[in-house]
Design a protein around this ligand. Structure first.
Ligand SMILES: Nc1ncnc2c1ncn2[C@@H]1O[C@H](COP(=O)(O)OP(=O)(O)O)[C@@H](O)[C@H]1O
Ligand SMILES: [Mg+2]
Length: 235
């Protein structure tokens, strides 16, 4: 479904990624893990069209999307839940969700998708009339993910959903991702919470200083000593 080949990019004249290659198949839950500043967000931004690749390929559903503007990539079925969430604080939960379906004209379909995200995140249904700015940290993450689902994407990119959350809310967010995967949503998840992530993902790529240094199935990576020493021991 998504294939990134030898991707290089950066900001201005600062190169951040070197020869990044990864692949996500339909229905798969793939994780991109690595420490702070490794280039995880940059990779997602380059895939979603927020940053132009300098070289390499980004193919989505059989077509090249490298260098395409973000709104066209999004319309093509790729949804990106950013780290900073971009919620409209002064609008209600429901209004934020409806904005996720903005490119859609079919009202009946939109209502069905809304019912689907409310089943996934019952708390959002309870809070649908509440202003987004008054939600807790965990609820805001859920809202951002739910909004990302409102366009019925073929692939959902999620950047560090556990960031800044209390342990209980981290569990709730991971549960929600697990549920999405179980329902057949294809996921590319960026996380620093390596242990939790490998429990859920089918496979993972490890990014260090802008390069993929390791990849494999989550089962393989969970017993990988190199990874254990670098990340797992710390958590
Ligand atoms: N807008 C930007 N301008 C310049 N450098 C940036 C920008 N965003 C990120 N960087 C740099 O790119 C590197 C990778 O950042 P990022 O992709 O955000 O890492 P991660 O998400 O893995 O923590 C870091 O060295 C960071 O300082
Ligand atoms: Mg990041």
């Amino acid at each position: 479904m998504l294939e990134v080949k030898n991707l290089a990019t950066g900001y201005g004249c600062l190169q951040v990624l070197w020869e990044v290659s990864l692949a996500v198949s339909e229905g798969e839950f793939v994780a991109l893990i690595g420490g702070n500043g490794a280039g995880k967000t940059t990779t997602l931004r380059a895939i979603a069209g927020l940053l132009s690749p300098w070289s390499g390929e980004v193919n989505f559903l059989g077509a090249s999307i490298a260098g395409m503007p973000p709104h066209l990539i999004s319309r093509g079925g790729l949804s990106f839940v950013t780290e900073d969430l971009n919620l409209f604080e002064a609008m209600t939960v429901r209004e934020n969700l409806m904005l996720g379906a903005y490119s859609r004209r079919d009202g009946r379909q939109t209502r069905a998708t809304l019912a689907y995200v409310f089943r996934l995140f019952p708390i959002l249904e309870e809070r649908q009339k509440q202003l987004a700015g008054t939600l807790s940290g965990g609820e805001r993450r859920m809202l951002a993910i739910a909004r990302g689902l409102m366009s019925s994407p073929r692939l959902l990119l999620v950047d560090e959903p556990s960031l800044g959350l209390a342990p209980k809310m981290v569990m709730a967010v991971f549960e929600a991702l697990k549920e999405l995967h179980a329902r057949g949503v294809t996921l590319l998840l960026v996380e620093q919470n390596v242990n939790h992530t490998l429990q859920l993902a089918d496979k993972a790529y490890v990014l260090e200083h802008g390069r993929i240094v390791l990849h494999g199935s989550s089962t393989e990576l969970l017993v990988n000593t190199q990874l254990k020493d670098t990340y797992l021991g710390k958590r």
